[in-house]
Design a protein around this ligand. Structure first.
Ligand code: ADP
Ligand code: ADP
Ligand code: MG
Length: 662
C-alpha cells in the first residue's frame, strides 16, 4: 500500500481524501497557497507545504512546485483531487517521471481522453453511439461554420479542452453565426488556453447520465452503476443522484456496457466517469470521459457502500480491484446537492466573504472544509459544501436532503441554500422527470423572494428579548426600567405598544412595530403583516428561532444584524450613523467570537487593504483580521486579551482620500 500521499488540491476534497487515508493508515500531506495558510483542511495533515501565492496559476496549478513539495515531504504518491491538475496529462507525467505514483489513470489515457474529439473517436470504435458532429476539433472559423451548416442547426460549440460546463455556446439560428463562432473561439482560448472547438448537434431536452468505472493495472474493469446529473445550471451540475430515476432496464444495461467496453478498449486504470446524454426518445450518446474522481462520487459510495478513494489508492498501489463485477451491488437511493457561495438573485455571481457562523445538519453526510470564520476567497471555486441525502427510496433520500438543507445554518455569506431548497421542492424534481435545461427554464420561480419584512420582524423581536430577557411583564410601557426610555410618550403608541425598531435593508428603511411579548415569542408587525417570532441565543452568540414557522438565524453586529431565513441572507443596518458593515470599507470586524491575541496597529497608522490589523484566537486557531480597505486607523476598539463577539467592530478606518491632505 502507499505510505504517504500528497493531495494536490484544497478544501473539501482534501478532507475527503484524508479521511480515507487515515482509515487505511496512509499519511497525507497537504499543500496550500498563501491565501489558504490558515485553512481548516490543513489541520490534520502529517505535513503541509506552501506552494505559492493565491492565484491558482502560481500555486495549485504549479506542476514543478507541487512535485518538489511531494519530494520535500517524503511522499511516495500524489492524489490530484478534482479540478486543478486532476486531468492534466503533463502533471501525471511529471509525477511519474519524478518516481512518484500518480493516483489516477496513465498519463497517455488522460491525454487521449482529455481531447473530447479523440475521446469520441475511441468510443465510436468501441461501439458506443456518439453525438453527430465534427470528427476533429479546429479553431478555423470558416471550417467551423461549414460544419455547422453540414450538421444542421441547432448545434453546440464546445471547447475541445473544456470542462466544468465552461465556454459552450448553443447556436440555434443562422443569424450572427460568424460572430458567435469568433466569440466561442475567444472564450475557449481564454478559459483553456486552446481555442479549438468541437461542433455537435445540440440534443434538446436531454438527460445527463454517467457511469462510474474503475480499472486496475491487471486488466480488470468494472462499473459502479450510474448517476443522473440532469439538474444543471449553464451546463454545470448542481444536484446529482444515484441510481438514475425511471431509467428503463435495457437502456441502463446498454449504458453500463458502453462504458465498460470503452474503458476496456483503452486499458483504463483507476477511477473514471463516462458521461452520456439521453435524448427524449431514449437514444443515448457518449459525451466525454472525466479521468478522475468526480465531485458527485459520494452518491455512488452511498448506494454501493464502497469507498471510492480507497479503491483509487489500492489501484494506484498496483493492487487488484477489491471486488468483481458480480460482487458489486447497489441498494437504496442517494442525492447530493452542491452548496455554493453565490448569489441566486444576481445571476448566481460568486459571492466571496467570511462565514460568521455555520452549523451543519446532523444525520446526513456533509462534505465540507469550511467552518466558523472561514474566508471564501475569490481566487477559487465557490463550491463550499455538499450535502448527501440517502434513503431506501428516492422519496426518502429527497426528504432527507430537504431536511438537511432546512437544518443548515450559515450566517454571513450569500449562498444558494434557499435556491436548492426551492429546487428540491419542485414538482418535476420530485417526480424525477427533468432534463438538463430544466433549471434554467424554472429559474424565475426558484431564485426569487423577498424576506426583508420577516427579517425586520426578527430584528424587532431580538431587541425585545435583548432588552429584558427574563421577565416579560416588565416589558411594558407602564413599568419602570422596561426599555431604554420607559416613560417616553413615544411608547404609548397604540400601533406599537412596546415600541418600534427601525432597520435599513439595502436602501430601504423599514420599521418593526412591537405589539406584544410572551415568555416564548414576540408579536411584531411590519407594514401590514404580522409575525410571531421566537428567539434564543446559543453560547457562541448565534441567535436562532422561527418567524411565522420559518427558521431564522442571526448574528448581531456592532451596527446591524446578519440574518439568514431558510437559507436566504438578509443584512440589516440598525445604526443611525455612517458606520456600516465591513464591505463599506470603514470597520474591521471580528470574524468569530474569540480572544484578541495581537493588536498590530494604533490610531493614526496608515494601512493597506488586506493588511493584518488584529489577530483573534478562536478554536485554537489564530485568525488575522485584515483591513477591508486602504485607509488610516481612526480608532482601535479592542485591546490585547479582550474577548470579542462575532461581528464586533475591532478597528475603525477613516477614508483614505480625506487624509491625503495636500
Ligand atoms: P464536470 O463538471 O467536469 O463533469 P464535476 O462535476 O466533477 O465535473 O466538477 C468538477 C469541478 O469542480 C471543477 O471544474 C471545478 O469547478 C470544481 N472544483 C474543483 N476543485 C474543487 C475544490 N477543491 N473545491 C470545490 N470545487 C472544486
Ligand atoms: P464539460 O467538459 O464541460 O463537462 P460535457 O461535454 O460533459 O462538457 O457537457 C456538459 C453538459 O453540457 C452536459 O451535461 C449537457 O448538459 C450539455 N451538453 C453537452 N453536449 C451536449 C449536446 N450535444 N447536446 C445537448 N447538451 C449537451
Ligand atoms: Mg462533463
Amino acid at each position: 500500500m502507499l505510505r504517504r500521499v500528497l493531495i494536490a488540491n484544497r478544501g473539501e476534497i482534501v478532507r475527503r481524501i484524508a479521511r480515507t487515508c487515515n482509515r487505511l493508515g496512509v499519511e497525507h500531506v497537504a499543500v496550500y497557497s498563501e491565501a489558504d495558510a490558515c485553512a481548516a483542511y490543513l489541520r490534520d495533515a502529517a505535513a503541509s507545504v506552501c506552494i505559492g501565492p493565491a492565484p491558482p496559476s502560481q500555486s495549485y496549478l504549479n506542476i514543478e512546485r507541487i512535485v518538489a513539495a511531494a519530494h520535500e515531504a517524503g511522499c511516495d504518491a500524489i492524489h490530484p483531487g478534482y479540478g486543478f491538475l486532476s486531468e492534466n496529462a503533463a502533471f501525471a507525467r511529471a509525477v511519474e517521471s519524478a518516481g512518484l505514483v500518480f493516483v489516477g489513470p496513465r498519463p497517455e489515457t488522460i491525454a487521449e481522453l482529455g481531447d473530447k474529439a479523440r475521446a469520441k473517436a475511441i468510443m465510436a470504435r468501441a461501439g458506443a453511439p456518439i453525438v453527430p458532429g465534427s470528427s476533429e476539433a479546429t479553431d478555423d472559423a470558416a471550417r467551423i461554420a461549414a460544419i455547422c451548416r453540414e450538421i444542421g442547426l441547432p448545434v453546440l460549440l464546445k471547447p475541445a479542452a473544456g470542462g466544468g460546463g465552461k465556454g459552450m455556446t448553443v447556436i440555434d439560428g443562422a443569424d450572427g453565426l460568424p460572430e458567435a463562432i469568433a466569440s466561442a473561439i475567444r472564450l475557449a482560448k481564454a478559459n483553456f488556453g486552446d481555442g479549438r472547438l468541437l461542433v455537435e448537434r445540440y440534443i434538446e431536452r436531454p438527460r445527463h447520465v454517467e457511469v462510474q468505472v474503475f480499472g486496475d493495472s491487471h486488466g480488470n474493469v468494472v462499473h459502479l452503476f450510474e448517476r443522473e446529473c440532469s439538474l444543471q445550471r449553464r451546463h454545470q451540475k448542481i444536484v446529482e443522484e444515484a441510481p438514475a430515476p425511471h431509467l428503463n432496464r435495457m437502456l441502463r444495461d446498454d449504458l453500463l456496457k458502453a462504458a465498460v467496453h470503452g474503458a476496456q478498449a483503452i486499458g483504463y486504470r483507476n477511477a473514471g466517469t463516462f458521461e452520456f446524454i439521453i435524448a427524449p426518445d431514449d437514444s443515448f450518446y457518449f459525451l466525454e470521459v472525466n479521468t478522475r474522481l468526480q465531485v458527485e462520487h459520494p452518491v455512488t459510495e452511498e448506494i454501493t457502500g464502497l469507498d471510492l478513494v480507497e479503491w483509487q489508492l489500492r489501484a494506484a498501489a498496483g493492487e487488484r480491484l477489491p471486488l468483481r463485477q458480480d460482487e458489486i451491488e447497489a441498494r437504496g437511493h442517494a442525492i447530493e446537492c452542491r452548496i455554493y457561495a453565490e448569489d441566486p438573485a444576481a445571476q448566481f455571481r460568486p459571492s466571496p466573504g467570511r462565514i460568521l457562523r455555520v452549523i451543519w445538519p446532523r444525520g446526513l453526510r456533509v462534505e465540507t472544509a469550511v467552518e466558523d470564520g472561514t474566508e471564501i476567497a475569490s481566487h477559487y471555486d465557490p463550491m463550499i459544501a455538499k450535502l448527501i441525502g440517502c434513503g431506501a427510496t428516492r422519496a426518502d433520500a429527497l426528504a432527507a436532503l430537504r431536511a438537511g438543507l432546512a437544518e443548515t445554518r450559515m450566517v454571513g455569506l450569500t449562498t444558494n441554500v434557499a435556491f436548492l431548497s426551492a429546487l428540491l421542492q419542485d414538482t418535476q424534481v420530485k417526480e424525477g422527470t427533468v432534463h438538463t435545461g430544466y433549471v434554467d427554464s424554472a429559474l424565475d420561480r426558484l431564485a426569487h423572494g423577498d424576506d426583508a419584512p420577516a427579517a425586520v420582524a426578527c430584528a424587532g423581536a431580538l431587541s425585545l428579548v435583548q432588552a429584558q430577557p427574563s421577565d416579560p411583564a416588565r416589558v411594558s410601557p407602564w413599568s419602570a426600567g422596561a426599555c431604554a426610555n420607559p416613560f417616553d410618550r413615544v411608547w404609548l403608541d397604540p400601533d406599537a405598544p412596546l415600541g418600534r425598531v427601525a432597520a435599513r435593508c439595502g436602501r430601504k428603511w423599514m420599521t418593526a412595530r412591537l405589539l406584544d411579548r410572551t415568555r416564548e415569542a414576540a408579536r411584531v408587525a411590519v407594514h401590514d403583516d404580522e409575525f410571531i417570532v421566537t428567539a434564543a441565543r446559543d453560547s457562541d452568540g448565534l441567535w436562532s428561532g422561527k418567524v411565522n414557522g420559518r427558521s431564522w438565524s442571526a448574528v448581531t453586529m456592532h451596527n446591524g444584524i446578519e440574518l439568514v431565513i431558510e437559507g436566504r441572507r438578509v443584512r440589516l443596518d440598525t445604526s443611525h450613523d455612517a458606520e456600516s458593515f465591513a464591505e463599506s470599507g470603514v470597520a474591521a470586524l471580528a470574524p468569530m467570537p474569540g480572544i484578541v491575541v495581537s493588536v498590530r496597529v494604533a490610531a493614526g497608522d496608515r494601512v493597506e487593504k488586506g493588511q493584518t490589523l488584529i489577530v483573534v484566537e478562536a478554536m485554537k486557531m489564530e485568525n488575522p483580521v485584515a483591513a477591508p480597505a486602504d485607509g488610516v486607523v481612526a480608532e482601535v476598539r479592542c485591546s490585547r486579551g479582550a474577548s470579542v463577539t462575532a461581528g464586533q467592530v475591532l478597528v475603525l478606518l477613516s477614508n483614505d482620500a480625506q487624509d491625503n491632505g495636500e
